[in-house]
Write a protein that binds this ligand. Structure first.
Ligand code: NAP
Length: 300
């Protein structure tokens, strides 16, 4: 299969790349799939003409994995037009292109499509109600995709993504914890962290799955995160414990830490559907946090 991966410099794009590289080394550089990774230099999702231009000049793809997105949740409040273009209109255009090419589309979305007041883990069918611009544009992207591609696409909603790459909570805590003796961290937002390598593995497993490769299967939404639930405060404490960093963490409320974009309070997601359909593993968050911290500290 010829597989296009967008967002090559992002956390998820780089995690997919890391796994493909590791696999091809094991298989002596023989891979049955041909992966093409692109960043905004090759395929700029903020420009309709850049998207058309890229696909006009490329050979057809069998699968498009869209890891690119506008992810700066606070900045998004001020750049609504750009965020809408990247997270909504570009997804619509990618869906049209996937249809024309008879390609499958794997699109990644977010727990921020929910308002966080559900009181129990969200199922894929639960009512969405995003409370910030980022969440609204991601939901608009999901809806456009579903309308244009009633078959042959999947949307994977994930949460609290972190990795060895780019900017994320784990890396920020490791850096701040080494500089400071004490840190305030919000304790009343609950979710499930997701190691990007686990999500990357999940995506690769799905596209290799016979069920997925059959054509004209209905487009579905799936939830994927690591197992377990935690708040940012406890997450920070565990990061310091695993990394043996001596920094005191003080719990604060969301009200004490105002941000331009509102954050949902609890966005736990029910992963039963993806686990059952594709026999996916959802490792407990602490297990894979440990691997990620080891990789960061040992610069792997
Ligand atoms: N991060 C999270 O906590 C989180 C939580 C839930 C869901 N998600 C979703 O998971 C997916 C992967 O997230 P991630 O954490 O890997 O994101 P990320 O690290 O921020 O990477 C996103 C990538 O998108 C690229 N991008 C942004 N604007 C672009 C444009 N105009 N044209 C082309 N590429 C553009 C960025 O390029 P540059 O590197 O050039 O800036 C970046 O490489 C996204 O769909 C995101 O919405 C993330």
């Amino acid at each position: 299969m010829r597989i296009l991966v967008t967002g090559k410099n992002g956390q998820l794009g780089r995690s997919i790349h890391k796994l493909i590289n590791a696999d091809t080394k094991i298989d002596n550089n023989q891979s049955s799939n041909d992966f093409i990774f692109v960043g905004r230099e090759e395929l700029d999702l903020s420009s309709e003409s850049s998207i058309s231009h890229y696909f006009d000049r490329s050979n057809k793809f069998d699968v498009i994995i869209n890891c690119a997105a506008y992810t700066a949740v606070d900045k998004a409040e001020k750049e609504q037009e750009l965020v809408n273009q990247v997270n909504h209109l570009a997804v619509k255009q990618l869906a049209n292109i996937a249809n024309e090419q008879k390609a499958k589309l794997v699109h990644v979305s977010t727990d921020y499509v929910f308002d966080g007041t559900g009181g129990k883990p969200y199922k894929e069918t639960d009512k969405t109600n995003p409370i910030n611009v980022y969440g609204k544009t991601k939901l608009a992207g999901e809806k456009a995709l579903q309308e244009i591609m009633p078959t042959d696409a999947i949307i994977i909603r994930t949460s609290w993504l972190y990795s060895e790459f780019g900017n994320n909570f784990v890396k920020t805590m490791l850096n701040l914890g080494k500089e400071r003796d004490e840190l305030n961290v919000v304790s009343d937002q609950i979710g499930s962290p997701t190691y990007a390598t686990d999500l990357a593995e999940t995506i690769l497993k799905i596209i290799d799955n016979k069920n997925y490769q059959d054509k004209e299967q209905s487009t579905e939404i799936y939830h994927y995160s690591n197992e377990g639930e935690i708040g940012w405060y406890d997450f920070a404490k565990e990061i310091f414990k695993l990394a043996k960093i001596d920094c005191k963490v003080c719990p604060i409320t969301t009200e004490q830490y105002p941000t331009p974009a509102k954050r949902p309070k609890s966005t736990l997601m029910d992963k039963g559907k993806i686990v059952e359909k594709f026999s996916i593993k959802t490792p407990y968050w602490k297990e894979t946090l440990c691997s990620c911290i080891n990789n960061i500290e040992n610069k792997i």
